[in-house]
Design a protein around this ligand. Sequence first.
Ligand SMILES: *Cc1c(COP(=O)(O)O)cnc(C)c1O
Length: 405
Amino acid sequence: MKINENFLKIESSYLFSTVARKQREYQQAHPEADVIRLSIGDVTKPLAPVVIDAMHKAVDEMADEKTFRGYPPEYGYDFILDAILKHDYLDRGIELEKDEIFLSDGAKSDCGNIGDIFSVDNKIAVCDPVYPVYVDTNVMAGRSGDKNENGLWSNIIYMPCTAENHFTPDIPDEIPDVIYLCFPNNPTGAVATKQQLKKWVDFAVEHHSLILFDSAYEAFIVEDDIPKSIYEIDGAEKCAIEFRSFSKTAGFTGMRCGYTVVPKKLVFNGTSLNPLWARRQATKFNGVSYITQRAAEAVYTPEGQKQIKEILSYYQKNARVIYDGLKQAGFECYGGVNSPYVWLKTPDGYTSWEFFDELLEKCQVVGTPGSGFGPSGEGYFRLTSFGNAEKTVEAIERIKAAYKK
Ligand SMILES: *Cc1c(COP(=O)(O)O)cnc(C)c1O
């Protein structure tokens, strides 16, 4: 037996384990300190009451032979696919069909698994900094080449995203086969306008590249002119796959539900991608639990929409508090409007990790060093709005007290 040696190329990510270790060591040295974590990349509010009710009801159905359900349809029950199609697409003026939507256990799996349907010879492009899943899954598949001394992979095209380009990537010199885009972005909190996305769609159509669009944070978009879906852009149905998730939208990180859109018009070298993904999912995935699908359906009811908006606005207020407070303290910061993430520039002369240490030391606040998401994240720092509101206010007061001139 020979193993997949690509796995040996991947080092475990030190980012979150190092953050946790440094916090633990600080707490052990200062048992009295009230350390506040603004590093959380997970939701903390409980599920909406309508979601809980829908699950209770579904559990009762599963307890009765007359209403019990076994294996679900591979791509999702009609009731949830219809709700997604109507609410997320048709009502927003986007033409799609039900069999272009594939329900799944989340966007992380789909972003990682999608590579199954394209050749190992493709060259991918990613933003820098970036959500690590896109890169690591391509390393595992053998598409990355080797790592150089800067920690970059030789066969991956990196598109730096910094304050200079407003954290939206420029078209690279070399034409990629596959382009990963994520807006609103994790970690930078940046969004892309219609014109910016149009530029990418036109480029992909012209060069027969595939865009993989991660829209996991679309529910955080509050500004009218920011697209929630790549399919708001003309031509995207010919070049883009979209990933969505109930995780950040409705607090489903522990429930596991998302979906992927593969339009039938996506045709490369005469082959439509839609049946390939259908085949991949039917072979390697057996569907989302009935109870979870009923829970997701409840999110789309009028009451469900109202309840998730209240939860989202709780996080959005935290984001406001963080962003405004940092500005007052004199920091250059970004994001936080259509995103749960605030991305700040570390003070002159500080690396991301040096700022991490100082913030923990001076303010007992934990954030995430930008350099952990890629070399272009060096000199930046991520704070998240997923924490408790009072604690968030307290953390920002401490930062203002320490840094405001
Ligand atoms: C949180 C997140 C997701 C969602 O993943 P799930 O598997 O659906 O929980 C997807 N993409 C990015 C960039 C994320 O930060």
